[in-house]
Design a binder for this molecule. Sequence first.
Ligand code: FMN
Length: 206
Amino acid sequence: MSENELTSGDFTEQNEPFTLFAAWLREAEATEPNDPNAVALATVDKDGLPNVRMVLLKGFDSQGFVFYTNFESQKGQEILSQKKAAMCFHWKSLRRQVRLRGLVDVVSDREADEYYKTRARGSRIGAWASKQSRPLEGRFALEKAVAEYTARYALGDIPRPPYWSGFRIRPLSIEFWHDRPFRLHDRVEFRREVPEGAWEKVRMYP
Ligand SMILES: Cc1cc2nc3c(=O)[nH]c(=O)nc-3n(C[C@H](O)[C@H](O)[C@H](O)COP(=O)(O)O)c2cc1C
């Protein structure tokens, strides 16, 4: 089946969620004004209180959905302790939503290093300079930290900070939603008991 058939045909007939997600993301890349890979990331703290913020999806395949962050940030700490997270994409230009939830692994050092090397030099310095999610007394303190790390790494490679890496959500469920008239939307959820298990497909009322 061609990619066009996947996106223009009846998506509820699809049986493989990663292939369908790839087709929808590719279509969003063509139609969204910016950041088609932006996604809301939900975590939960030790008291069970949820937290949500945007991140950028930086990779995905049948293993899962990858994003990068500071592991000492609030989300980093919550994921490292709970090992669970959820994501929600909304592509306004396509009137589509994809939700997923699952268990979280840390990507390998090699995978994180490879991605880190592709980042702009300023972003690599920024990863060192930002104590993400901790109090900042003023903009000057951040600019000073940037200046210090810029001087420290003036020559040669900028190493990846030990606290900066990627998480991979291995989904236990992925739901595809597409707007239809009169709020009679199409919804299909793929579920499985364990990350490597077989998918069960369930259509749901909107
Ligand atoms: C469109 C968009 C993309 C973002 N992408 C990332 C990202 O990939 N990684 C990240 O750490 N923060 C990203 N942020 C910032 C986060 O939303 C958040 O402010 C920050 O990571 C701190 O979150 P925390 O305190 O819950 O850990 C992004 C923000 C926006 C609006």
